[in-house]
Design a protein around this ligand. Sequence first.
Ligand code: ASP
Length: 464
Amino acid sequence: MKKLPIHVKIMIGLVAGVIYAFISSSLGWNNFTINWIDPFGQIFIRMLKYIAVPLVLFSIISGISGLKDMSKLGRMGGKTLLFYMMTTVSAVLIGLLLVNTVKPGNMIDQDQRVKNRLQYENWVANTEGVEILDGKNYTNDPLYSNIEVEEMTEEQLALVADKQKAAEENKDGGPLKFLVDMVPQNIMLSLSNDKLMLQVIFFAIFCGITMAMLPDEKVAGLSAFVDGANAVFLKMVEIVMQAAPYFVFALLAGVIAKMADTPQEVFEIFKGLASYSVTLVVGLAFLVAVFYPGVMRIFVPKMGYKKFFKNISPAQFLAFSTSSSAATLPVTMECVEDNMGVSKNVSSFVLPIGATVNMDGTSLYQAVAVIFMAQMHMVDLSFVQQLTIVLTATLASIGSAAVPSAGLIMMIVVLQSVGLNPAWIAIIFPVDRILDMCRTVVNVTGDATVSTIVAKSEGELREV
Ligand code: ASP
C-alpha cells in the first residue's frame, strides 16, 4: 500500500467504503457503522475545515503582500472573475440543453404527471399573485376532474419550511446585498463561521494590499509570521492527507449507512428519480471529462488529458467524499501548486474565491433539477423563463455556500424566480446527497482549471 500514489489509495478507500456499506446494511450492522466508523469520517471533515479558514487567511495575505505590482493583482482579479463567470454560464447552458433534449421529467408515469399538474394548479390557486405559467388549465377538464390530489406529508412540509427559511435569509435585503455581505463587520465573527468565507477573503486581500503599501521594515515581522503560519497549515494538510484513504472509507461507509437500512432501499430511493439522476450525472460527467480538459487544452496545450486528471484527482476524490468545496480547499491548493505547477501567488488568490463563488456543478444541477420538476408537473417553460433560469441559477450558485446541500437550499430561489412551487425540492431531496457529492467534484475541478489557466496567462505556471 505504501508505494501506491495517494490518489489511488484514496480511490481504494472510497470503493472499499461503498462495498463495506452495502455489506453492513445487508448484515444489519448499520448501527455499528454509524456509532463506530462514521465518527472518523466526521473527524476528517472537521480537520479539513479548521485548516481551511486559517489557510485561506494566511495564504492570501502572504501571496498578496509579496506582490509588488498591484496592477497585476487587478488584472488577475479581472481574469479570474471573467473565467469563473464564463464557466458557470456555460454549465447552465449545457444543463438546459441536456434536460430539454432528454426530457427526464416526461419519463415519469403519465397518471402521476397529471396528478402532479393538478397539484400545481391547486398550489397556484392558493397562492396570491402567482399565475399558471403556461396558461393551460386541467382542473376543470372533465377528463381529470375526479382525480384525487395528494397533499404533502408533514415530514416533507417541515423539510421545505426549514430550507425555505435558510433561502429567505439569503435573499432578503435588495440587489446589492451580496456586496454588503462580502464586507466583515467583525473579523473574529467571520473567521468563526464557515459560511462567511468571502468576508475572510475580503479582509485578507485588503490586509495583503495594505502590507504591500507599507515600507518593508515596518511589516517584516508580520510577513515572517504570516509566511510561517502559512507553512504550518500547509504541512498540516500534508499530514492529514496521509491518513485520507482510511478517513474516506469511514466517511463513505457512514453516508450510505445513514441513507437507508438495506441495499434494496438505496435502489428504491433512486428508482423513481432514475431519469433525473442519470441526466444530471451525464451532464456533470460531461463537464469533468470533456469541457474542462477541452478548455485546458485550448489555454494550456501542454496539460494532456491524463496529466490533468492525475494532478487533480486527490482533490476530486476528496470533493466526492466530503461534498464540500470548502473542506476540500486545502487539498485543491496542494494539488494545484505541487502537481499542476501553479504559483502560490495565483493559487492562493484564485482558489479560495473559486471555492466560494464558482460552482459550475451546482449551477448545472439547479438548471437540470428545475426543468425536470417542471416537466414532471407538465408545466412548459417558455424561452424567457429558461433565460431567467440561466440568470438565477448562475447567481444562486454564486450565493451557495461551499458546504453540503447548499445548492439545494439556493434552488428555492431559482424555482421562485420562474413562479414554480419551492416545495418541490422535497421531491429530489432523497437522492440529493449523492448527487451533491458528484456536483462538488465538478465545482472543485472548475476552480482548479481556472486557476491553471490564469497562472498560464500571467506567466506563473511552472513546468512540472
Ligand atoms: N456541496 C457543494 C459544494 O460544496 C455545494 C452544493 O450544495 O451544490 O461545492
